[in-house]
Design a protein around this ligand. Structure first.
Ligand code: FES
Length: 149
């Protein structure tokens, strides 16, 4: 009887160990996903200064020559720039892998912080691992306010 009981105990222990190992591996997988996912999503999130609205309006009086105003429209991060008196709007998502580009007024270029792509003030690629331009965003101007709807 003792032998039978002992045999039963020894057969259940590997099962418990297996279950523990599966739970430990699952826990490590969840923790690893969190450690990778949190910094990535934090990096890709909009800066706090950006609007969270579904439509975007930019008073042209606020847009100085050579500067950019950022906002959000339908989940896209939009840059409105003014260069040589012309107003242009672009989707800020880099066409390479989707990082948000940054406007550099001094050089009048968009630069991607992820892999170094550079785009002209027309959105055309001029350097880096990308051949596609930034997506141009249509807009209307009425009463000195730019609207993206
Ligand atoms: S995501 Fe912009 S260069 Fe790679």
């Amino acid at each position: 009887m003792n032998n039978a009981s002992h045999a039963q105990d020894s057969s259940s222990k590997p099962s418990d160990r297996r279950r523990f190992c599966k739970m430990a591996i699952g826990g490590m997988a969840v923790a690893s996903a969190g450690m990778v996912g949190y910094p990535v999503t934090t990096f890709l999130k909009l800066p706090k200064s950006m609007s969270q609205q579904g439509s975007m309006e930019v008073p042209l009086a606020d847009l100085a020559e050579g500067t950019a105003i950022w906002g959000e429209h339908l989940g896209r991060q939009i840059a409105v720039i003014k260069v040589d008196g012309q107003v242009r709007a672009f989707n800020g998502a880099c066409p390479h892998l989707g990082c948000v580009v940054q406007w550099e007024g001094a050089t009048r270029t968009f630069k991607c912080p992820c892999h170094g792509a550079v785009f002209s003030d027309n959105g055309k690629p001029v350097a880096g691992p990308v051949n596609a331009p930034l997506e141009s965003v249509p807009f209307q101007i009425q009463d000195d306010v730019l609207r993206i709807t």
